[in-house]
Design a protein around this ligand. Structure first.
Ligand SMILES: Cc1cc2nc3c(=O)[nH]c(=O)nc-3n(C[C@H](O)[C@H](O)[C@H](O)COP(=O)(O)OP(=O)(O)OC[C@H]3O[C@@H](n4cnc5c(N)ncnc54)[C@H](O)[C@@H]3O)c2cc1C
Length: 439
């Protein structure tokens, strides 16, 4: 699915409305007497910060209705950025209240109320921990799966202590219906988590797949084929991705996102192509044919507009070719003859993932491929180095032609090409980016 700017704006407005809802609730019904600007401001930040923290469960909940319009990957990026803002707001809440009135320090004083002080000190620690482990997970050498599990537990703890704190202080929520709103909102956030971790895996269990093929590819990569067992498979749009659980229970924390590399016209023969990178991906080549896999999806808004048939410019490097490969294979199955320019970066000619498949697709499609090698051997006469703005200037069609741009590759490439396209005057709505690294 693709999003329209109107749909995306509506979701953003809904998000903003929900973040200020606690303040609106606080200022409805019987309102207690105001206590000075800084106190009220500090309280407001706490309310908004906690609402944002609760909404984080929606952003990570992989809901098709929302993820289909905004793109799950963009939502997870947003989750990461906005999470930091939420933590800052929540931490600013006690700081401002204590500066405005030092008597508020009593909230952290164990002599006043031991369980309360313990909970508030612990939640402050949890807030700091959640940010530090997210920003510096790799430096701290925390495996991704353990980080993800711990991240969820910390977030639950923060939301739960926040709710108890609000109900205990009770200044703005003395009426029963206001307390009800907070309890319901927190319950909804918990329900999202239960849905992601329990209900969805239960549904996946009923739709297993069998690994039907394990093929070695160039560039230290492997293609896995999946055959639906007892169901019709998964219909996806070319360019989308799914979460893969391999040879494990659907409740496993070892779930990894991979783009489909096969044609969207063949839902019975799903394929994902995986580059050996870390503890999970380095073992996929050893997967025995016949083992069970679970796929959740499809997700993502990195998809071409089928209806308009607009020309495409694809800029990929390394394994970032996988969603583009799915687009090209789908076009071949549909005999879609729109023009596609693919600028494709790799280390060496031997490393070029799908090299032979691309040569074959060039016979079938209106496809131009420009290979860019960063470490070519001496015989190489094509483009060398990285995919730079200067190189793109030579190959990209004029902006006025309004092709759709698909960019997928390593972080540094994405970080340089996205602003380049913006500065070139390419409208934001024409550029689709897929980042393989969420956190
Ligand atoms: C939308 C999307 C599509 C992707 N498509 C492909 C593809 O087609 N082919 C391919 O080879 N790779 C793809 N990736 C990247 C792939 O998910 C990671 O390389 C893989 O999960 C690494 O796992 P690991 O345990 O082997 O490596 P690790 O060394 O544990 O992780 C390396 C990095 O991968 C990311 N990662 C690890 N586990 C997860 C997880 N469970 N969920 C999200 N991110 C994780 C983290 O940023 C981590 O730092 C895609 C990623 C995303 C977000």
């Amino acid at each position: 699915m693709r999003y329209t700017p109107i749909q995306a704006t509506l979701w953003i407005l809904a998000y903003l409305a929900l973040t200020v809802l606690p303040v609106l609730v606080a200022y409805s019904g019987s309102i207690p007497e105001a206590r000075g600007f800084w106190i009220e401001f500090g309280v407001g930040l706490g309310f908004v910060g906690l609402a944002m923290m609760g909404l984080q469960f929606v952003l990570t909940g992989r809901f098709h209705g929302i993820a289909g319009t905004l793109g799950l990957d963009s939502m997870l990026q947003f989750h990461r950025q906005i999470g930091i803002v939420a933590v800052i707001l929540i931490l600013a809440h006690p700081v401002i209240l204590i500066i405005a009135d030092s008597e508020n320090l009593a909230f952290f004083d164990p002599r006043e109320n031991l369980p309360r002080a313990f909970a508030l000190v612990s939640v402050t620690g949890a807030l700091l921990l959640i940010v530090l482990t997210t920003l510096w997970r790799e430096a701290m050498r925390i495996p991704y799966e353990w980080w993800r599990a711990g991240h969820g537990v910390l977030a639950l703890f923060i939301v739960f202590v926040g709710l108890v704190h609000i109900l205990q202080v009770g200044f703005y929520v003395s009426e029963w219906w206001k307390q009800g709103v907070w309890v319901l909102a927190t319950g909804a956030a918990m329900a999202m988590l239960i849905n992601t971790r329990v209900i969805r895996p239960m549904q996946m269990k009923k739709r297993p797949y069998r690994v039907s093929d394990v093929r070695e590819e160039r560039g230290n990569s492997w293609t896995l084929g999946f055959e639906p067992v007892g169901h019709s498979g998964m219909r996806f749009t070319e360019g989308q991705f799914g979460w893969l659980i391999l040879n494990d229970t659907p409740y496993s924390i070892q779930q990894h996102p991979f783009s489909f590399s096969s044609s969207a016209e063949r839902p019975q023969q799903l394929e994902m192509t995986i580059k050996e990178l870390g503890d999970f991906s380095s073992t996929v080549g050893e997967t025995p044919v016949g083992v069970t896999a679970y796929l959740e999806g499809p997700f993502g808004a990195f998809v071409p507009d089928r209806e308009s048939g607009r020309n495409m410019v694809c800029i990929s490097a390394g394994v970032g070719i996988t969603p583009v490969m799915s687009m090209l294979r789908t076009m071949a199955d549909r005999n879609d003859q729109r023009s596609v320019s693919l600028i494709y970066g790799n280390r060496s000619w031997e490393d070029v993932l799908f090299r032979e498949d691309l040569e074959q697709l060039q016979q079938q499609l209106n496809l131009e491929v420009v290979h860019v090698l960063s470490q070519p051997d001496e015989e190489w006469t094509g483009e060398q180095g990285r995919i730079t703005a200067e190189l793109l200037e030579r190959y990209l069609p004029p902006v006025a032609e309004r092709p759709e741009y698909f960019v997928c590759g390593p972080e540094p490439m994405m970080d340089s090409i996205e602003p380049y396209l913006r500065n070139r005057g390419v409208p934001l709505s024409d550029v689709f980016s897929e980042r393989f690294k969420i956190v």
